[in-house]
Write a protein that binds this ligand. Structure first.
Ligand SMILES: NC(=O)c1ccc[n+]([C@@H]2O[C@H](COP(=O)([O-])OP(=O)(O)OC[C@H]3O[C@@H](n4cnc5c(N)ncnc54)[C@H](O)[C@@H]3O)[C@@H](O)[C@H]2O)c1
Length: 417
């Protein structure tokens, strides 16, 4: 393992600045270069590095100039949904490993370009899907691997987050979401829920998604919020947003499971990823935080029983990574998962080895966005899912085992030596 690696940071707005601070806390990471096309944000990146690490990084406004450096082992891309894949492709072609923030793909073509860039250069592209490292998601993964749910039949998840202010004020805040809601209509943000779901379903490793069907409601939430908060005269008050308030997507798997995703960001609501794991032995449901496992959880003999509180079982099924993390000290950032996903990335760069979320995962999870747009445009008809592994999903090279592995619970890596 390399003692130190150099990582360049591209995109330093709200997300990029928070993640840059966490990245600098990961073992063996140095950041000698930062970039944002807005000068004030690039300069903020420089300030963060100076505060956290003590060195003064070079500042770039053009990512291609940063990528021309020959001292970078990797880059971290936290730009907008329609730019991050392009920059990731440029970075791999410039000989750098990539960490890429989450978001959906603009086109199937860009997903193929990511796959080809990684295959041709040998550089990895890790999607930083932090929810794969959430404490509950990891405990549930551990339960799945112990067979607690039996054979998995159906899964659900959602990005259900009231973002009406962030979306509507996109121009004032120079934020990327608004233009997507104006012009697109689809499952715009699939990966927070689809990441953990795909790891449970072993997608691209013996299973794959076959088709996507999506349906969108009408759009009302943003107009109502804008009228109430910016007034009837605000230019977007009566704008006809393309994005439906609630988008429902159904994915069918080669091994017979179904997945339902919900995108719900423009109506008043509480936050929920609505995770649901259902198998032949029982079910977990995030909404209500309940667990029912036949013959294991306790409940009255009454068909209306509410299931048991999942938290009662959290410690029993705690993933060993989270056991260790709680002893070492959990970092801030979405309940601690941000630091874990960054540590997983930093470890892969230092080892120059496969990441736990690879380019096939990234392309598959992100492609749901543009496929769902196509399906909605043709009345919800199923759209075939490309196989980004080009047939290798039935016989893949093994994943890399380790503490951050998301394909298996590698308990032996946590044993005292
Ligand atoms: N994993 C999570 O929990 C989480 C949370 C929030 C945001 N995100 C993701 O992080 C990303 C960034 O989110 P944000 O809220 O900071 O978005 P944002 O729109 O506020 O910021 C994007 C930044 O990228 C910069 N940028 C765009 N193109 C560039 C280029 N070619 N070169 C250099 N800089 C460029 C913009 O100037 C801007 O500062 C998004 O993909 C978002 O989905 C993830």
């Amino acid at each position: 393992m390399k003692e130190f690696v150099n990582i360049g940071m591209i995109g330093i707005s709200g997300r990029g600045s928070g993640m840059l601070r966490e990245l600098l806390k990961c073992d063996g990471v140095r950041v000698p270069a930062v970039c944002d096309k807005y000068e004030d944000r690039a300069m903020n990146g420089k300030k963060i590095v100076e505060e956290e690490a003590g060195n003064t990084p070079d500042v770039y406004l053009d990512h291609k100039e940063l990528l021309a450096r020959d001292d970078l082992d990797a880059v971290f891309v936290a730009t907008t949904w329609i730019t991050h894949a392009r920059i990731a492709i440029d970075a791999m072609r410039a000989g750098k490993h990539v960490a890429m923030e989450v978001g959906g793909a603009a086109s199937v073509e860009e997903c193929w370009q990511m796959v080809r860039a990684s295959e041709e250069t040998g550089k990895f592209c890790m999607l930083l899907e932090n929810c794969c490292y959430d404490r509950k998601e990891m405990a549930i993964f551990n339960m799945v691997k112990q067979g607690m749910f039996g054979e998995i039949i159906h899964m659900q998840g959602g990005y259900q987050h009231d973002l009406r202010d962030e979306i509507s004020l996109g121009r004032e805040n120079r934020h990327g979401r608004l233009f997507n809601f104006q012009h697109r209509n689809g499952e715009l943000y699939p990966t927070h829920q689809l990441g953990p779901i795909s790891k449970v379903l072993e997608i691209n490793r013996g299973n794959r998604y076959l088709s996507v069907s999506s349906f969108a409601t009408k759009s009302r939430g943003l107009n109502e919020w804008i009228k109430a908060n910016k007034g009837e005269d605000y230019d977007l008050a009566n704008y006809s947003f393309n994005q439906g308030d609630v988008v429902t997507t159904v994915l069918k798997c080669a091994n017979g499971e179904t997945v339902v995703l919900t995108h719900d960001c423009s109506l008043p609501r509480h936050y929920s990823r609505a995770y649901r794991v259902q198998g032949t032995k029982g079910i977990y449901m995030e909404d209500g935080n309940t667990l029912f496992i036949e013959g294991f959880t306790k409940h009255e003999d009454n068909w209306m029983h509410p299931g048991e509180d999942f938290d009662k079982y959290l410690e029993q099924f705690e993933h060993p990574l989270w056991k260790k993390y709680q002893i070492d000290g959990v970092h801030a950032g979405h309940g601690g998962m941000d630091y874990l996903v960054l540590s997983a990335f930093a470890e892969s760069v230092r080892l120059d080895a496969k990441p736990p979320i690879d380019v096939y995962d990234a392309a598959t999870w992100m492609a749901v966005t543009c496929l769902s747009e196509e399906s909605i445009a043709i009345g919800g008809a199923p759209v075939p899912f490309p196989d980004f592994t080009n047939g290798m999903w039935i016989d893949r090279e093994p994943y890399r085992r380790g503490v951050f592995c998301l394909d298996e619970v590698c308990s032996d890596f946590f044993e005292e030596k």
